[in-house]
Write a protein that binds this ligand. Sequence first.
Ligand SMILES: [Zn+2]
Length: 795
Amino acid sequence: MYLALRKLNVLGSVLYIAAHPDDENTRLLAYFSKDRTYRTGYLSLTRGDGGQNLIGNEQGIELGLIRTQELLSARRIDGAEQFFSRAYDFGYSKSPEETFTKWDKEKILSDVVWVIRKFEPDVIITRFPTTGEGGHGHHTASAILANEAFTAAADPNRFPEQLKYVKPWQAKRILWNTFNFGSTNTTSNDQFKFDVGGYNPLLGKGYGEIAAASRSQHKSQGFGIAASRGEAIEYFKTTGGSAPVNDIMDDVELTWKRVPGSEAISKKIDKLSASFDLLHPENSVKGLVELYQAINKLADGYWKNQKLKEVQQLIEQCSGLFLDGTTSEQFAVQTDSIRINFFLNNRLGVNAVLKNLSLDALDSSFNTTLAKNKNVIFGKTFFVPPTKPLTQPYWLENKMEEGYFNIKDQQKIGQPDVDPGYFVNFTVNIEGQDFNFRKPVKYKFTDAVKGEVYEPLVVIPPITFRDFNPLYIKTDQQTGVEVSFAANKLVNIPSALAVSQTFNSKLDTLPFLIGGFSLDKKQLYTELITDKELNTKVYKINTVPDYHSGGFIQKSITYDHIPYINYFKEALLTVKKIDLKTIGKKIGYIIGAGDKVPEALEQMGYDVTLLGDKELSRNNLKQFDAIITGVRAYNTDEWLNNHYSQLMSYVNNGGNLIVQYNRNTNNGPLPRIGPYKFEVSSTRITDENAEVKFLNPDHSVLHFPNEIAQDDFKGWIQERSVYHATNFDKTNFETIFSMHDPGENNDEGSLIISRYGKGTFVYTGLVFFRELPAGVPGAYRLFANLIALNKQKAF
Ligand SMILES: [Zn+2]
């Protein structure tokens, strides 16, 4: 509270800009926010959708949802505010030029300009330079966009459609926060620099400690780090505006002088600070209310709004006011009802009267004096209308493009989080002034281990589909697709209604009419859509009438370190007929970092057994036609080292071991993987259309049982191959393909095959884990050939 009180007299702001969750300098953010008490923000252009996930198998938008929440957790610790653009993290990119082919540069630039015009930073800081030392193409692109936006935000002719909400803004300067990442050191002593390694006695923490706690929230990336103490110098290079000489805020007015007519405000704040009683913050409330009223009389403007918010928050804290709207149910179901409980307590006994409570259609007046430390508790049951919007992250509401989310509402851009299903507005009169406190309604429960837990309240439809594999490969082994749906309330479905398919919003014929039935809450109904009725196309699975489900699969993601995540995806089923022959039946799959290859193998008709440490020890490996390791298995499964000789003797006796990509880490090189020495490089082919040359056209992997041709490399997504094999002896390993990214040299390490004893060993960086779930036919056919390698007599 005292820190927040001091902050009221500081009118300055800093915006940090980079590309991903984890790019931000949490020590610098903590220092600006909690030492200098500037309004501090981090604009991460992406939500980190394309990175690797160390704690689960979520990928793409799901990983973006996790990292969004991790960033918000980090910001709660370092005190900065979080923003995002529409840009999608589509994976590794070697150059900004490549990045901009997917991001739509003008759109993302407009987002950066929008956030700058809204946030009005005095100083903008980029993590990366425009010149490429940041490595990743997204990094360089983020710096290019930030520097262009620095100018464009001030130009009323750029993105004029934004000007009905915001005004042009010229930041004083833009600087690159140079770095020393060990391998690359871009700092030097002649750069502008200052120490951010101080200690905050009010918080009892140093900025290096706060920064570590914040950065350690990036758990999906395994970025837990140790706290640092002592001097910590940050270095800067000016890339736009005037260079700082004495202070990074040189020539920025940081006091109330920047607001006309505010002469008395600063003195009032000084007085409140001087008389602040740490044991009795409620004694400051009257003065804070007077301050609020004085600020409210100023002409409208950025700092007036910002400081009114800060003062109101401080009044709430100094009053010890507790205001809460909760449910005992996690979901509000459309067309059902939900009970919401309200709880108020004026713990320090300021003059407070509840005047009004509103929530959706409810708008109730009160005149209830809130007595000191007395609980005021009441509840009300609400009908959830069928038109109540589902709780869907706003950036997933529309179909996305390859490189960015489609967001129609300009005012949503930049917003970090999902809109809560319900808000409750409490109007409380405190010391003669009405204040409106807007609180999201939460689902509250007590867990025997975790204690009291608050989670988001989520609006869902009466019927939701259970997740099913969205890709159906028609083969001889399959009979159809099972689709299950769950009732979220009691639903009666008369016989005239049915599961239907729609495609391109045209209602298709209804080949799988189901009879009338009713389902109790939480009951599940499963229907088999038979193979014969399915053609090669995309189906939308739905119930009729649509409002029962909207045709959505409800997806949830739960981890202890972040709030419950819910989103809906359309119940779409892509049916594909792939010209595919398979040899062999039984596959052992060693799960690595998590991928969806096992599901694809089952679709191909194989029996898949998942193998962990115990299963590998116990199982007779000879039964498997092939053993496949999941992506980065040798990175994530330390126990795999103990099975080296067992796996080699499996190969020696006629087995087939297929190792998908692994990478070198800071913990040193990889353990032994194959029967002969090879290493893993960081070579990757990021162009998904890169030309593939066949080095060894007679090799059985190109002919048995499927004939592989150039067509099999069409329609790949995101990239071709990662972490290639290198430094291997060509007498032991055969190479099959040669490929390269634009402007780079050919590389032959995407697939290496070795004969060992009676069996075969394969290492491949080819991204089957991306192509198989995407239904790319050539990837299926080639993978089937890898599995058949040891079945071909004439090798
Ligand atoms: Zn990054």
